[in-house]
Design a protein around this ligand. Structure first.
Ligand SMILES: [Zn+2]
Length: 80
């Protein structure tokens, strides 16, 4: 058995097989549209955050916003 096979869970193996069948059933147009969507998503993820920081994970304001949203959610949902 290859290392790769041992490392993957049955759920992941099944999900990959489902994705493979799905992609193989696509028309060339559908396939191109999927790649375009993935490209858009990647470009969005690589764009600077709303505070202009190229890496939102290193942006103090993003962290403060996230903490405030989490606190608000906890309060609003009574999860505190
Ligand atoms: Zn930011």
């Amino acid at each position: 058995m290859e290392l790769r096979e041992r490392a993957m869970s049955p759920e992941l193996t099944e999900a990959i097989e489902r994705a493979r069948v799905h992609v193989n059933a696509m028309t060339p147009e559908e396939y191109r549209a999927m790649l375009d969507k993935q490209r858009e998503s990647w470009v969005r993820a690589m764009a600077p955050c709303e505070h202009g920081n190229p890496d939102f994970e290193q942006c103090g304001q993003c962290w403060r916003d996230a903490a405030m949203i989490a606190a608000f959610r906890t309060e609003a949902l009574g999860e505190g």
